[in-house]
Design a binder for this molecule. Structure first.
Ligand code: ATP
Ligand code: MG
Length: 332
């Protein structure tokens, strides 16, 4: 068994990243057999963001944030993608396996490129293939991700299957997504139909893990809702995306079912629910922010952890990269 997942070192870790992905990374780190690899996807970040000084700082900052959230470099292999060239190397080989028609179906490219599709980078278009390389490079079996990455993981499986078939080899293992049953897709606080995202220009749309108590309370107070009181069970949230999102956040943070939360708040309006949700978020996120402050005081320790992680990842990647070159008849 091998577990792998990544996150783009752009902006701050937000509640969607935490509940959809990172909290699962920590649980799997502590509970699963086999190696766990968690990486900062800096090669993915350059598909859109371009301030070099900011990217370098964000990479360290995100590594520290992951450690503050519970990733332990002694238990998991923590590294940044750019330090392990095998990712970019395997991506090229897989570009030649992936089909243009497959990439044309990726909904995230359509969302991220928006109206300016012709002006988007080739990297943004092709990034699911690099993501397939990230996963396949390590014979990964389990990939803890949020629901938005499901389609990309299916693409990775298609690429692996075609590569194995085309070359008559068993070069790659087919990975399985591990998507949390609850909170797999946390929505924006401003729009219950849009995913909470680092790249949303409005900071009020998300709770960042480093937001202070006043900011969290203010963002929850201003979060979009409707005028109805809360129902007594989950079915009553149908057609109320903002209400459903806030209740889902409460349930996930408290590790309770949506029905259990609603049993407590049934009949109450958001005037009562929002302060309770705000308090819960402040209390649960405070220890992470405190640990992050301490970790950031020692940037040399973060760099040392990333360097060590990259060396271990490079060694683990080697046999698969060699096998992929050999399967294609490439001499090196
Ligand atoms: P960007 O907008 O730059 O793509 P992001 O917020 O989507 O940033 P990523 O680095 O792309 O963050 O994703 C990191 C992990 O967080 C992935 O596993 C992804 O599925 C998960 N994730 C991202 N947003 C959400 C969300 N709103 N709810 C649940 N999981 C999420
Ligand atoms: Mg994303």
């Amino acid at each position: 068994m091998r577990t792998l997942s990544g996150i783009q070192p752009t902006g701050n870790l937000h509640l969607g990243n935490y509940l959809g992905a990172i909290r699962n990374w920590v649980r799997m780190q502590d509970e699963m057999e086999g190696e766990k690899l968690y990486f900062l996807a800096d090669l993915h970040a350059i598909t859109v963001h371009n301030d070099p000084a900011e990217l370098a700082a964000n990479t360290r900052e995100m590594a520290a944030a992951l450690m503050a959230a519970g990733i332990d470099p002694a238990k998991a292999i923590l590294f940044n993608q750019a330090r392990v060239p095998a990712h970019a190397e395997l991506a090229w080989l897989l570009f030649c396996t992936a089909r243009i028609g497959w990439l044309n179906r990726m909904t995230q490219f359509k969302e991220k490129s928006g109206k300016n599709r012709e002006g988007a980078s080739v990297g943004l278009y092709a990034y699911p293939v690099l993501q397939a390389a990230d996963v396949l490079l390590y014979q990964t079996t389990h990939v803890p991700v949020g629901d938005d990455q499901k389609q990309h993981l299916e693409l990775a499986r298609d690429i692996a299957t075609k590569f194995n078939l085309d070359t008559g080899t068993e070069t790659f293992t087919l990975p399985e997504p591990t998507i949390p049953a609850a909170a797999a897709r946390i929505m924006s606080l401003r729009d219950g139909n849009a995913k909470m995202s680092k790249s949303d220009p409005s900071d009020a749309s998300r709770i960042n893990l480093v937001d202070d108590a006043d900011t969290i309370m203010a963002k929850i107070r201003k979060a979009k809702t409707d005028a109805e009181p809360l129902p007594s069970e989950a079915a009553g949230l149908e057609g109320r995306p903002e209400a459903r999102n806030l209740v889902a956040i409460y349930a996930a943070m408290a590790d309770e079912s949506v029905d259990a939360v609603l049993a407590r708040f049934a009949g109450q309006g958001f005037g009562a629910f929002k302060p309770a949700l705000g308090d819960l978020l402040v209390e649960t996120l405070r220890p992470i922010a405190t640990r992050l402050g301490a970790l950031k005081a020692d940037p040399a320790a973060i760099d040392a952890a990333l360097e060590d992680g990259a060396a271990r990842a490079t060694a683990l990647a080697r046999p698969t990269l060699d096998a992929a070159y050999a399967a294609l008849g490439l001499c090196r």
